[in-house]
Design a protein around this ligand. Sequence first.
Ligand SMILES: Cc1cc2nc3c(=O)[nH]c(=O)nc-3n(C[C@H](O)[C@H](O)[C@H](O)COP(=O)(O)O)c2cc1C
Ligand SMILES: C=C(O[C@@H]1CC(C(=O)O)=C[C@@H](OP(=O)(O)O)[C@H]1O)C(=O)O
Length: 363
Amino acid sequence: MSSEFGNLLKISVFGQSHGKAIGVVVDGLPAGEAIDLEELDRFLDRRRTGKNRLSTARKESDVPVFLSGLENGVTCGAPLCAVIENGDQHSSDYSELRDKPRPGHADYTAYVKWRDQADMRGGGHFSGRLTAPLCIAGGIARQILSRRGVYVGAHLWSVGTEQDAPFPLRPTKELFETVAAKPFPVLDDQAGERMQALILEARQNLDSVGGVIECAAVGLPAGLGDPMFGGVENRLAAALFGIPAVKGVEFGDGFAAARSCGSANNDPFRMEDGRVVTETNHAGGILGGITSGMPLVLRTAMKPTPSIARPQRTVSLSAGENTDLVIHGRHDPCIAHRAVPVVEAVTAAVLLDLLLEGNHGTF
Ligand SMILES: Cc1cc2nc3c(=O)[nH]c(=O)nc-3n(C[C@H](O)[C@H](O)[C@H](O)COP(=O)(O)O)c2cc1C
Ligand SMILES: C=C(O[C@@H]1CC(C(=O)O)=C[C@@H](OP(=O)(O)O)[C@H]1O)C(=O)O
């Protein structure tokens, strides 16, 4: 199933952007886990729409209703199902797009696959809207992990050409909390100001801008994951590419490592308080697909929002001829800053799945 991932912790996302509701089924959660719903709401709020001109004007409350799996706020072992009602759809914005696919969005490929049955209102099932239920699942996974000393956090690494400071060699839970509490998720607030100016400028120019998110996980044991196709990188990348608009995933120094040399890229081993650590972390905490015990570090490249307000060239599918398109409606001038908690959510879900596998489902 294309909308499901995970081995022992199976996460299945359903719904369409302008349908009645969107939601998630999470099967395989350990029983007896208290879920702090206020903390979950703070997590969902970091992704929420309609806060300011940096994001889409669509206003959704994103309040999850738990239909199963949670009794008195505690997981009961049965599959957890949560739904979010959609409340602010402007479907007329999309009537023309059925015939004239938006460059950069999934309208054309959805049409190729599903023809006239495709629900492309608000991006349908391809929409970034589906990352709200993903954040319910990942927000719960994140709480379960942090109870066991594994912390996942992320920040906006760059927007366009503007760059944040990198995570330090050993990011802490406190650093993750500090970034998560900020209205704009960066380490260096001055860089954050420049990024916000860039997003507003793109919007002003009837355009959009891309960005990169850096995510880290600390407290992971060494030895998680398997060689070759069962690697932690493989598992994370497969799930992270499920986030709409992700066009690249790298671990540690990633593509920059290809411009480095062995003497600079190798992380020297040292003993510290009786355990093996590395002096640097170019590998991003993964060697041979297996965690080394150093912080896991990854980055996801988010493309610029495809729906932009300036006129674009497309085709009329019915007439079979070239034409022009002006997209109306409410769109994010940048996706990356809103997707920071989404990357945390997916990372936490995959790591919890891997930890459950290593402990026969009971972690
Ligand atoms: C949080 C989030 C918000 C998004 N907002 C928009 C948007 O407002 N307008 C838009 O055209 N695309 C938006 N996208 C991106 C599209 O959903 C995505 O580009 C499209 O489904 C095609 O998928 P692909 O880019 O992975 O190929 C958003 C994605 C995410 C994750
Ligand atoms: C609603 C969300 O984002 C939506 C994601 C999206 C897309 O094409 O991905 C297109 C827009 O939908 P609409 O045209 O209905 O406003 C965004 O607002 C959300 O993230 O919750």
